[in-house]
Design a protein around this ligand. Structure first.
Ligand code: SF4
Ligand code: SF4
Length: 297
């Protein structure tokens, strides 16, 4: 089984639109939306949710008023300003509590409970292109690295069970924990870069991350015709860093129009210049040695 993770240094580069466009180019695949902080692949895929599961991650301090004597130790010790005091009554502000457990350990009255907390939900769905595993992280939750790992693990398990040999993963933007969680053991990554100074910078950072984890990296340049100098710069840097340039997509409003219609680019207009570029990129990516598919038994 192979997994292609589509990444970008920042949001809004067309990563999700490209993932969706790819989805129609293979008859059997598993979709995985690992951009759990800003999941939007579902906006194009309109998934029919079959399973909903809670994502339980971390703990949350809860003060039991009947056991609390109001000594104030927890207020003094909490480094995250998560303890509130009002007329001698101590409570925990759940939005600020980082679940470090210091107050739980140090409360002289053992008055602080520490239950596991539900940080979000993950789903298994049917889409018109195949099954999809996706998730929604709760507001102000910061466990996205773990949720990304969980979503990928489930996508892999279910792909294996269904004899699906390709997972297409829409990865998170940036280079933080969620991205690291999204590329471990991936077969290859495809970076979507825009021809801007920051686009080049972002591509370099993601490329370095991939090199660090020894994951083969490719890049495609979206809206390449908006700045040909920067496009050339991306191509040069990619060559230097051993990143294959899989292709270039011209600026095309069809991407946005397709999204508004809840369609992939190829569903919306199979013949537009961007659609042709996407097909070529797909061919290049799928013939990369790292993506050569083995038949699953
Ligand atoms: S440390 Fe324990 S007893 Fe003291 S105020 Fe906090 S919860 Fe109450
Ligand atoms: S668990 Fe940590 S962050 Fe949460 S209230 Fe206690 S000391 Fe503060």
């Amino acid at each position: 089984m192979k997994e292609l993770v589509i990444l970008s240094g920042k949001g809004g580069t067309g990563k999700t639109s490209l993932t969706a466009a790819f989805a129609g180019l293979k008859s059997s695949l598993m979709l995985c939306d690992a951009d759990v902080d800003a999941a939007d692949l579902h906006l194009i895929m309109a998934p029919d949710v079959q399973e909903t599961h809670d994502f339980v991650g971390g703990n949350e301090a809860v003060i039991a008023p009947d056991r609390c004597t109001g000594c104030g130790t927890c207020l003094e010790l909490c480094r995250f300003d998560a303890i509130d005091e009002n007329q001698g009554e101590y409570t925990v502000d759940a939005l600020n509590c980082e679940g470090c457990g210091v107050c739980v350990d140090m409360c002289p009255e053992s008055a602080i409970d520490f239950p596991r907390k539900t940080c979000g939900q993950w789903f298994v769905s049917h889409t018109r292109f195949g099954p999809m595993v996706h998730a929604r992280l709760g507001i102000a939750e910061e466990n996205s690295g773990r949720l990304v790992a969980l979503v990928r693990e489930q996508a892999k398990k279910r792909a294996r069970d269904a004899h699906i040999d390709l997972i297409l993963t829409d990865g998170p933007p940036g280079i933080g924990c969620p991205v690291i969680a999204s590329i471990g053991q991936a077969s290859a990554i495809l970076i979507v870069a825009e021809p801007t100074v920051s686009g080049i910078h972002d591509m370099k950072r993601v490329g370095e991350l991939a090199a660090h984890f020894k994951i083969p990296a490719m890049v495609c340049i979206n809206k390449f015709d908006l700045n040909l100098d920067q496009t050339r710069a991306i191509e040069t840097i990619a060559r230097e860093k051993n990143i294959l340039v899989a292709g270039k997509i011209p600026f095309d409003p069809a991407f946005t129009k397709a999204m508004i219609q809840i369609q992939t680019l190829l569903e919306y207009d199979d013949t537009c210049p961007a659609a042709k570029a996407v097909r070529n990129i797909w061919e290049t990516v799928m013939t990369h040695p790292a993506m050569k598919l083995e038949r699953l038994m």
